[in-house]
Design a protein around this ligand. Structure first.
Ligand SMILES: N[C@@H](CCC(=O)N[C@@H](CS)C(=O)NCC(=O)O)C(=O)O
Length: 227
């Protein structure tokens, strides 16, 4: 029913978290981003920003032609609306989920992404850049920790906002962060980690994951892009 264009990165995991929670039938179409498969014309036709994840829903609610969606936040929202799950129906509850979903896609994701880049992948270790993104990641963890001191999840019950954020907290050590400094975030993290759907989602990803260090060719494909 749904084709998921996927690679086991934090943005990819967001969507398998949702699909495993809801048991929507899906097929993984691997997009090996280190090999440049995100530049294949058939993938660019559904994801013009050459980034995964993307989905094609072959049975949209309104019937008719398949619907494709790119951008992880748009995909989560599309799937939540389609299934009426993991987003509340009332305006007050809904807007909170949207706030934290957008906070993740516009803040935590890009900042932690730059943290990964300068901390782990950059061939030169640039102290200013590392410090800038480790500190900003730390600030964002603090924002979540404060929120989670008062709320079990980011916005009401477990929602697409939590699914967007969780995969970006998984690599906390590599981001130079300790969850011991953020006890409420740690409680939230452990509770999502132990959900059976989370375990299944990460198991699906493990089939594609590689532990090999990034090669020069992969670095060229991923970090040498221009228009
Ligand atoms: N804003 C996008 C970001 C997606 C993204 O950055 N995907 C990365 C992997 S986590 C990717 O596909 N990279 C391929 C590339 O850089 O060419 C989203 O939230 O979906």
């Amino acid at each position: 029913m749904i084709d998921l264009y996927y690679w086991p990165t934090p943005n990819g995991h967001k969507i398998t978290l949702f699909l495993e929670e809801t048991a929507l039938p899906y097929t993984i179409v691997p997009v090996n981003i280190g090999k440049g498969e995100q530049f294949k014309p058939e993938f660019l036709a559904i994801s013009p920003n050459n980034r995964m994840p993307a989905i094609v829903d072959h049975t949209p609610l309104e019937r008719g032609a398949p619907i494709s969606v790119f951008e992880s936040g748009a995909i989560l929202l599309y799937l939540a609306e389609k299934t009426e799950q993991f987003i509340p129906a009332d305006a007050r509850g809904r807007v909170q989920v949207l706030e934290w979903l957008f906070w993740q896609v516009a803040g935590l994701g890009p900042m932690a992404g730059q943290n990964h880049h300068f901390n782990r992948y950059a061939p030169e270790k640039i102290a200013y850049a590392i410090e800038r993104y480790v500190k900003e990641t730390n600030r964002l963890y603090g924002v979540m920790n404060k929120r989670l001191a008062q709320h079990e999840f980011l916005a009401g019950a477990y929602s697409i906002a939590d699914m967007a954020a969780y995969p970006w907290i998984v690599p906390h050590e590599a981001q130079g962060q300790s969850l011991e400094d953020f006890p409420h975030l740690k409680r939230w993290f452990e509770s999502i980690k132990s959900r059976p759907a989370t375990v299944r989602a990460y198991e699906r990803g493990a089939a594609y994951a590689s532990t090999a260090p990034m090669s020069d060719e992969q670095r060229r494909v991923l970090f040498g892009q221009t228009a």
